[in-house]
Design a protein around this ligand. Structure first.
Ligand code: SF4
Length: 454
């Protein structure tokens, strides 16, 4: 592989090689799947919708339902108004969702289709709903798409009735259904009455029942989204994913919000638990204290393997920030930190975290790609790679232990059922990192034995 100097690497600005992100509609589709009886709808060509669906299916190993406006060449010239009108009519007639969540694609954004007007002028069956958001894929990433779709639901549906419902709205960030289940478990232990929005548990991890259900049991209900405006407060998890929707709800309905990092690692989970317990004024239950203590115990027991090890971490911004926090707590050195999602906030937050742990020799980048990460590793090696499936070629080429975490993980099963958030989630990451490093140590020791015998 071609090796570039650090100067050459930093000079490349207009081209991405092996991107560390995917396009906005993937995130929008995932957010819409977290709403009960919702049909995500891709306003663009069929190829886009097929790509987004298959991408989600490959990660979750579950069917990702979605429909498409099925643009042809003519629509690129004359617009997709007639397509969306026909699509909405056909979707309600054939698939009977309660709500259709439309997101745009590169093509419909480029021609400037005015979905707000199309939707306001179309005939929608009694009791059914259509919402939309704009997801131009040539800016941002699937993370913005996810936040934009949440904004779309809030703008169309959330209302303030003046009658408080006493609930806390929790925006979970771009995480797996397993994480959403864990967040709800912790909130229930803390006796926090809550609405998780969106909630893909029970949809993208639905059980095998022997028959196909287009709309499984899970998902935030339309009624719950409508009453977000009556919630007492919002806990927005994942500062770079959930803050925008929280701001939108505050602006429209005056609901106060608190933004917290994704609860990955001890400190971030502590903050989430303290925020929830301060709302209810309940003591933290022993069950959670015990889990925290177990995690600490395991981290201490295994610290010989982690301490001082250099790790490269890449993926979605909030997930990466959480993983950086956890690896610093484990005594590791997050040498290279990269997200494909652009944004200065990621740089600021990561640097502030590194400063607190007096780590001044780490490279941080937002809007980067995996070719660049590979070059950094070639110039100075790390002992562990932590990130999505797209890192496997780097791990193979450089013979570095690799732990898959984040989105997407396309070449493994079961991962989306297990959390990485909370103390239990951290316990699992510590286990995976320990195994990867110990396997390498065992292999190196076996190689040495062979050399001695020879
Ligand atoms: S054309 Fe745009 S919206 Fe469609 S798959 Fe490609 S990047 Fe995504």
């Amino acid at each position: 592989m071609l090796q570039l100097t650090p100067k050459q690497i930093s000079e490349r600005s207009a081209l991405r090689i092996n991107p560390c992100k995917t396009c906005q509609p993937v995130g929008a589709m995932y957010a819409a799947l977290g709403v009960h009886r919702c049909m995500p709808h891709s306003h663009g060509s069929q190829g886009c919708a097929s790509y987004h669906r298959s991408f989600l299916t490959r990660h979750f190993k579950e069917p990702a339902i979605a429909s498409s406006s099925a643009f042809t060449e003519g629509n690129a010239v004359f617009g997709g108004g007639s397509n969306i009108r026909a699509a909405v009519k056909n979707i309600f007639a054939s698939y009977d969702p309660d709500i259709i969540a439309v997101h745009t694609t590169c093509l419909s954004e480029t021609i400037g289709d005015d979905l707000k007007t199309y939707i306001s002028e179309m005939t929608i069956p009694e009791g059914k709903l259509v919402v939309h958001t704009n997801t131009p894929s040539y800016v941002g990433s699937h993370i913005q798409g996810y936040a934009n779709m949440m904004n779309g639901f809030i703008q169309y549906l959330a209302q303030s009735s003046g009658q408080a419902n006493g609930k806390t709205a929790v925006f979970p960030g771009f995480v797996n259904p397993g994480d959403m289940r864990e967040l709800k478990r912790m909130l229930n232990l803390l006796k926090t009455s809550h609405t998780l929005f969106p909630d893909t548990s029970g949809v993208m991890d639905a059980p095998m029942t022997g028959y196909y259900s287009m709309y499984p049991k899970g998902g935030t209900t339309i009624e719950e989204i409508k009453s977000l405006g009556d919630c007492a407060q919002v806990i927005a998890l994942g500062e770079l994913t959930s803050e925008e929707p929280a701001k939108m709800l505050e602006r429209l309905c005056g609901v106060h919000y608190e933004t917290l990092p994704l609860p990955i690692g001890i400190e971030n989970t502590d903050r989430f638990i303290m925020a929830a317990s301060q709302i209810t004024m309940e003591d933290v239950p022993y069950e959670l204290e015990e889990e925290r203590g177990q995690l600490l115990d395991v981290m201490l027991d295994s610290h010989f393997y982690h301490y001082g090890k250099k790790v490269a971490i890449f993926g979605d911004p909030d997930t990466v920030l959480g993983l950086v926090s956890l690896t610093l707590e484990m005594g590791m050195i997050p040498k290279y930190i990269l997200t494909g999602t652009p944004g200065d906030a990621f740089l600021r937050k990561t640097r502030a975290l590194l400063e607190r742990y007096e780590q001044d020799d780490c490279t941080v980048k937002a809007g980067g790609d995996l070719f660049e990460l590979h070059q950094w590793i070639k110039n100075e090696r790390v002992e562990l790679l932590l990130g999505t499936s797209y890192g496997k070629q780097i791990a193979k080429a450089e013979d570095i232990p690799f732990v898959r975490v984040g989105f997407p993980i396309l070449d493994r099963y079961v991962h989306s059922y297990f959390p990485i958030v909370g103390y239990r989630g951290a316990l699992r990451i510590v286990e995976k990192i320990s195994e990867a490093l110990m396997d390498r140590q065992d292999r190196d020791a076996a190689d040495e034995d062979v050399e001695l015998v020879m």
